[in-house]
Write a new protein. Structure first.
Length: 153
């Protein structure tokens, strides 16, 4: 193998390592994650089969975590496909009932229309801190008021 070929192989290997590194940074830049779980109630009843999305205020969609509520309204957040939790820091919280029936959790429960103030025009916020986080949300479909335990702290 001549010097030109070796140089091309080295450059290709360096390019591949750079691209793989950028993909890893895009997926997760090593920022610390923390466990987040909670319950969502609407009008005092568990919200079943809802998507709960935490979007970091400083990073946008790139660092979002998500979970789906069960029959008790309970959820646990995942970051990507292989990590649990959410990035530490302040988040906008979006809650939507527009989740496809992925299993039997939602079949016997009516799909509720969630007010925009909890999803597309969210008023909900949560500050994820190191360690375990309990994020409970009490939604009200009849008034403009909502409460989360992050507002109570």
């Amino acid at each position: 193998m001549g010097p030109a070929t070796a140089k091309h192989i080295a450059m290709a290997a360096l390019s591949l390592v750079t691209v793989l590194g950028l993909i890893w940074v895009w997926r997760h830049d090593g920022s610390p994650l923390a466990h987040v779980e909670g319950t969502v109630l609407i009008d005092g009843e568990p919200l079943v089969g809802a998507m709960v999305v935490f979007v970091p205020q400083s990073r946008g969609e790139r660092g979002a975590s998500y979970g789906i509520t069960d029959t008790n309204g309970h959820f646990e957040l995942s970051f990507g496909r292989d990590k649990d939790g959410a990035l530490i820091g302040k988040h906008f919280v979006h809650i939507s009932s527009d989740v496809l029936d992925m299993d039997d959790r939602c079949r016997d429960h009516p799909k509720l229309k969630i007010p925009k103030r909890y999803n597309t025009l969210t008023e909900l916020r949560f500050d994820v801190t190191a360690g375990a986080n309990q994020a409970d949300f009490r939604l009200d479909s009849r008034t403009a008021a909502s409460k989360s335990n992050s507002e109570i702290r």
